[in-house]
Design a protein around this ligand. Structure first.
Ligand code: BG6
Length: 503
C-alpha cells in the first residue's frame, strides 16, 4: 500500500493457477470483482483461470458468481456488473505439468497484448497446493511467461515451505527463475485494514513513541482465536498444525509490526528491513526451555453456540491418534534495547467460543501511588477482527463527592469514524501486486527469519511427539496450561471477546 497516490496500470493479464480451489472461490474472485466495481482494475484486463478439471466455462463462471454472492463484502452481485466483469474471465483446462498449459496461456496473453498494442503487466497467482509451486514456477520460467522483471509478478501463497530448510530451498528455486522483486509472498494478515493501521497508529502519532518500550510496557498479548475448526482442511492441517499455520506467519508478522523500530521511510525495503531485525532479535530457547515457554493443545468434542462440534481427531482426513496442535501459546522475548525483558504472549487456536483477534499492550503500574484505590494500569487494546477498534483503558474519577476511581475506555471505532465499507485484505494485496508495491509482502530473508524462530519448537515437538499435548474442549479458550505461561508477568489472558473494563 503506497503512501502516495497509486500508480495506475492500464493493461493487465491476471492468471490464477488453482482456479477450482477454495481460495479462488472465497477470496480471489470476490476481491477482483470488488476492485472492478470500484474502478480499481486496469481499463483493459483478462483473468485466466487455470485448473486441471474439465468444466464448461459458463458453469465455472456461475460457480464463481455463487462465491461472490456468498463471500463478497458487497453482498449479492448486481447482474449487469457481474456480466461485464465475467466477460473478462477465461477458463483454461490445463495440467500444471504439461507444456501445452503454458504455451496456450502464452498465446492468449500475446494476442491480448497485440489487441491492445501494449505489453501488459502480468500477474500469476499460485493458489494451488504447495506441491505445485515449483512445477508452475518452472513452467512459467521455461516458457518465458514472466520474463520482464518490471512488468511480471508471481504471488505465492502460504505455507511457504514446511520448515527452514524447505523454505530456503523454495526461495533458491524461485530466485533462480525470477528476480526477488517479482516474487510476492503473501501473508493476508498484512492486508487487513486494521493491521495496516497499526503502522499509522505507531508512526504517525508521536505521543506513543516515548512510551513504546521496556520502561513503560509491562507485557504484550497477541491473541488470534478462531471459532472455526479445521473443517475440510484436515488433510493439510494435520501435517501443519497451529504453529506452522498461524504463528510462523500471521502472529510473528504482528509481533514485527508492534516491535519494529520506525523505518527510515514508508517504503517496502525499509519496512522489511525493520521487521526482519525484530525476528533476528527473538531470544531462542533451548529444547528444555521450549516446554516451559510454549504450550500446545488440541480440541476435543464440545459445543459452540449450542451446536455440537466433533473433536479434532474425529475430523475428516485427520489421523485418529493425531498429535497435531490446534492451539499454541508462547512466551517470547526480544533481545534488544527497546524490549529486553518484556514478554510477548502469543496464542492462537481453533474451535474456540468466538472469533477474535486482539493485541493488548499492557502498560506498567505507576511507581508512585497517591490514591487509595487499586489503580488499574493503562492498557491499549487493538482489535483486529471482528471488532475493528482501538481503545485505551485509563482511570477516571467516579462522579460524586468522594475521590473514587474506576477504569474507563477511550475508543476509536471504525464504524463510527468512517462510513466506507472496508476493503478486504485480498483486495488491498492484489491491487498492490498489480501496481508493483511489495510493502505488505514478505521478502525471502523475512520468511526464513520467521522459520528460524519456530524451528527449535518444531524440533522439540518432533522429538517428543505427545509430550505436554494439552486437550481442550471445543468452545473453550484453550488449555489451562496456557494460563501458567503468563505467570508471574500477568494475571490472566485478556478476556476474549467480552471487552470488559474489569478484564
Ligand atoms: C489462514 C490459515 O492463513 O488464516 C487458516 O491457514 C486460518 O487456518 C486463517 O483459519 C485465518 O484467517 P482470518 O483472516 O480468517 O483470520
Amino acid at each position: 500500500m503506497k503512501a502516495t497516490s497509486l500508480k495506475k496500470v492500464n493493461c493487465a493479464n491476471i492468471t490464477i493457477f488453482g482456479a477450482k480451489g477454495d481460495l479462488t472461490h472465497r477470496k480471489l474472485i470476490p476481491a477482483l470483482y470488488n476492485l472492478y466495481i470500484e474502478s480499481h482494475l486496469p481499463a483493459q484486463f483478462a483473468i485466466y483461470c487455470v485448473d486441471a478439471i474439465g468444466i464448461d466455462e459458463a458453469v465455472f463462471k456461475n460457480d464463481l458468481l455463487t462465491g461472490v454472492n456468498s463471500f463478497s463484502r458487497n453482498g449479492v452481485a448486481d447482474k449487469s456488473r457481474w456480466d461485464s466483469f465475467a466477460a473478462h474471465i477465461y477458463y483454461i483446462q490445463g495440467d500444471f505439468l504439461k507444456e501445452e498449459t503454458y504455451t496456450g496461456l502464452k498465446a492468449m496473453m500475446e494476442s491480448f497484448d497485440k489487441l491492445h498494442s501494449i505489453r501488459a503487466t502480468r500477474m500469476f497467482y499460485f493458489a494451488t497446493a504447495p506441491r505445485f509451486i515449483e512445477i508452475i514456477a518452472d513452467g512459467l520460467s521455461k516458457h518465458k511467461l514472466a520474463a520482464k522483471p518490471l512488468l511480471d509478478r508471481i504471488i505465492v501463497e502460504k505455507p511457504f515451505g514446511t520448515d527452514l530448510e524447505t523454505a530456503r530451498k523454495l526461495n533458491k528455486f524461485l530466485v533462480k527463475r525470477f528476480a526477488e522483486k517479482q516474487i510476492y509472498r503473501i501473508d493476508h494478515y498484512l492486508g487487513k485494514e486494521t493491521v495496516q493501521n497499526i503502522m499509522a497508529f505507531r508512526f504517525a502519532n508521536y505521543v506513543f513513541e516515548p512510551l513504546w518500550n521496556r520502561q513503560y510496557i509491562d507485557h504484550i498479548q497477541i491473541s488470534l482465536a478462531e471459532q472455526v475448526g479445521v473443517g475440510k482442511r484436515g488433510g493439510y492441517y494435520d501435517s501443519s498444525g497451529a504453529l506452522r499455520d498461524m504463528i510462523q506467519n500471521h502472529l510473528l508478522q504482528l509481533v514485527c509490526i508492534i516491535a519494529m523500530e520506525c523505518p527510515k521511510a514508508y517504503e517496502a525495503e525499509h519496512i522489511r528491513d525493520a521487521k526482519t531485525k525484530v525476528m533476528k532479535s527473538v531470544k531462542m530457547y533451548s529444547s528444555d526451555q521450549i516446554f516451559k515457554n510454549v504450550i500446545r493443545g488440541q480440541y476435543t468434542a464440545g459445543d459452540i453456540d449450542g451446536i455440537h462440534r466433533a473433536g479434532y481427531r474425529e475430523e475428516e482426513q485427520v489421523a485418529s491418534g493425531s498429535n497435531t496442535e490446534t492451539f499454541t501459546a508462547a512466551r517470547l522475548f526480544i533481545d534488544n534495547e527497546r524490549w529486553k525483558g518484556v514478554p510477548f504472549f502469543l496464542r492462537t487456536g481453533k474451535s474456540m467460543p468466538k472469533q477474535s483477534s486482539v493485541i493488548v499492550i499492557q502498560f506498567k503500574d505507576s511507581p508512585h501511588k497517591i490514591f487509595r484505590d487499586d489503580v488499574v494500569p493503562n492498557r491499549l487494546i487493538i482489535s483486529i477482527q471482528p471488532e475493528l477498534e482501538i481503545s485505551l483503558l485509563f482511570e477516571s474519577k467516579v462522579p460524586g463527592l468522594e475521590m473514587k476511581l474506576f477504569p474507563v475506555e477511550m475508543d476509536f471505532m471504525y464504524q463510527d469514524a468512517y462510513t466506507a465499507n472496508l476493503p478486504e485484505a485480498y483486495e488491498a494485496l492484489l491491487l498492490d501486486v498489480l501496481e508493483g508495491d511489495a510493502t505488505l509482502f514478505m521478502r525471502a530473508d523475512q520468511v526464513e527469519a520467521a522459520w528460524k524462530v519456530v524451528m527449535p519448537i518444531l524440533d522439540a515437538w518432533k522429538k517428543y511427539p505427545s509430550k505436554q499435548l494439552h486437550l481442550y474442549k471445543s468452545g473453550t479458550w484453550g488449555p489451562a496450561a496456557a494460563d501458567a505461561l503468563l505467570k508471574p508477568y500477568a494475571k490472566e489472558w485478556f478476556r476474549l471477546p467480552e471487552r470488559s473494563v474489569h478484564a
